[in-house]
Design a protein around this ligand. Structure first.
Ligand SMILES: *Cc1c(COP(=O)(O)O)cnc(C)c1O
Length: 417
């Protein structure tokens, strides 16, 4: 469910016409619905209300402070993958005992920062990282709470770039050798074993890979208990998909039912790290049609948002539904929606049948709330877009559009020039 609907041919976010935001804030601009964000978080988190659990929203999907604050206020924690994300989470008021830290390449500074802040748990991705975190915790006179991220070798059946739980991926520790690393961890003085963790991929549209992974993790937990290692936390990662086009991913309640069934008799606090399923359909990217250009082979809509604003179509060949902000024509045309960037890979849609939209009108690129703004860059020296949060009939700018000054703020010309 989302809150982007037409009233009198005008697309609204909740009760605010998107046209008004485009006029007042400008384009390109990300717009998020407060009601959708809260609803999605509450539905996911509520699906597990019968069991001890913590929903740690995955910051990298959408890391705006306002959005983190909202989930924190709903009782959520966060899953972070960098020191920068830890900084954001703390600034947004997320309590440190609700923060878990994943990622294959944690640096010394990042590890020390997380130890100082006393986060809930490090999800460790290699024996080398385990040794290093133990060493850093020792230096600081503290103990790091840890889980090992296990690679259960299941095929998430999603895009290869966002599949993370197969043997050939860089993530996690091979499930068969994990026991060795747990025994090692048990012998170390400055780590405390809390859990087992996995994250098998993103945009999963089928429940069976989750169930397969969970079964493998259960077997591991059983073996660990037999070796005297007690596991109190089971982190199942994120990855639940959303409908972008024709996909029919399982509903969070269906996912929860399957997980809880597999969990029978296991007494662990469950941790989840959902990103996309919470924010994906809660945001759109507003963009203006600059030119309508026809060549002998194609009709192009040249818009003011490019691959620097929304990378997913270029990077993953992802589908995003596109709708006119004001419906003015019943006639449709097959077009390529392309950005201003000097790359042929700069497109938002190809060979798409869209209602005819005049130059100067706006389009809404749907399902852009996850991995949209967070993947934006300044390529072609384009200031990054503004972000807006809508609540009912009000809207708030939650990130100002960057200026040309912002583009060069960190640069300097050395005196030799
Ligand atoms: C990206 C990521 C997530 C979130 O994935 P979604 O598909 O957005 O739910 C969760 N955990 C880890 C470790 C990740 O890297």
């Amino acid at each position: 469910m989302h809150h982007f609907n037409y009233h009198d041919q005008e697309l609204h976010c909740e009760r605010v016409p998107l046209k008004k935001i485009a006029e007042e804030v400008g384009t390109p601009c990300y717009v998020y619905s407060h009601a959708t964000l809260s609803h999605h978080f509450t539905v996911f988190d509520g699906a597990f209300e019968k069991v001890p659990h913590l929903t740690c929203y995955s910051v990298k999907a959408n890391s705006n402070l306002a959005i983190l604050r909202l989930f924190g206020s709903l009782g959520g924690g966060v899953d972070i993958v960098s020191g920068g994300e830890l900084y954001r989470a703390l600034k947004a008021g997320i309590p440190s005992d609700r923060i878990v830290y994943s990622g294959v390449g944690k640096t010394l500074d990042e590890i020390d920062y997380a130890l100082r802040e006393n986060i809930l748990m490090f999800n460790i991705e290699s024996s080398q990282e385990l040794a290093f975190i133990n060493e850093r915790a020792g230096k600081m006179g503290t103990r790091a709470r840890i889980a090992l991220r296990v690679n259960p070798d299941v095929d998430a059946k999603t895009h290869p770039y966002i599949s993370t739980g197969m043997k050939k991926n860089k993530f996690g520790i091979d499930v068969d050798s994990a026991i060795q690393d747990y025994l090692k961890a048990k012998s170390l003085h400055n780590v405390e074993i809390l859990g087992v963790d996995c994250h098998i991929g993103s945009q999963l549209t089928d429940i069976s890979p989750f169930v397969d992974a969970l079964r493998r993790l259960r077997m591991l937990i059983k073996k660990l208990e037999e070796s005297g290692i007690h596991i109190s936390h089971l982190d199942l990662g994120g990855g639940l998909g959303i409908p972008y086009n024709q996909e029919t991913p399982p509903h969070p309640t269906e996912y929860a039912r399957a997980v809880m069934e597999e969990m029978e008799g296991l007494h662990c606090t469950l941790i989840f790290e959902p990103g996309r399923v919470i924010v994906g359909n809660a945001g759109v990217l507003l963009t203006k049609v600059l030119y309508t250009k026809s060549t002998p082979s194609k009709n192009f809509l040249i818009v003011d948002a490019g691959m620097n604003d929304l990378l997913r179509p270029s990077l993953y060949d992802s589908y995003h539904h596109i709708q006119p902000v004001v419906r003015s024509s019943a006639e449709s045309r097959v077009v390529d929606v392309v950005g201003p960037i000097c790359e042929s890979g700069d497109f938002l849609a190809r060979d798409r049948s869209l209602p005819v939209v005049p130059e100067g009108d706006c389009l809404a690129v749907m399902s852009a709330g996850a991995y949209g703004f967070t993947m934006a860059s300044n390529y072609n020296s384009r200031p990054r877009a503004a972000e807006v949060l809508v609540k009912d009939d009000q809207y708030f700018v939650i990130r100002h559009r960057e200026t040309w000054d912002d583009l060069i703020r960190q640069e300097q010309v050395p005196p030799i020039l």
